[in-house]
Design a protein around this ligand. Sequence first.
Ligand SMILES: [Zn+2]
Length: 173
Amino acid sequence: MQVRIRIPGCVAPYFRPRIRAVFQAPLEARTAILVRGFAPSRRVRIYPEGWSERTSRFAPEMLAARIAQLRELACQIDRPSISHALVVLCYDSASFLLPEERDRLWRAFGVPIFEQYLDKWNEVLAAECVAHAGLHVKRGCEGLPLDVTPCPCGDPALRLRSTRPRLLRAAVA
Ligand SMILES: [Zn+2]
């Protein structure tokens, strides 16, 4: 039997439950996320250890990771084969993807890139849409340059700078 002893004036420590963010997927696809702190679901699995045997067995169609992780994977000869998209998770507005890097990743994996700007709890601040014409602002982002022109996707939310990749421009031209 457990006996609970109450000590007057003593407050039990409160542990804030770890809240895991729901991944805002740009496409419906089986997704592996290589960053901790997201909630898993039927289609989404979390692999904080990075790309591994386990991740490979899951055979993700979409891969979400930090730019440094994707850069490293892109350099591997046996790079993961991803069929749908890469989601670049960015936590710092100073390190958004450069157009050259975006092109390099797009070419290396052969799939479109979707960039997401997140806070440290993995909540989306801004996310790239299927038009690849900038990141639609969800909240925050004060002081960052905004694009107020209408987005081809129809979403009226303002966008952070254009991210239109040159590869796509070339394909359209
Ligand atoms: Zn859009």
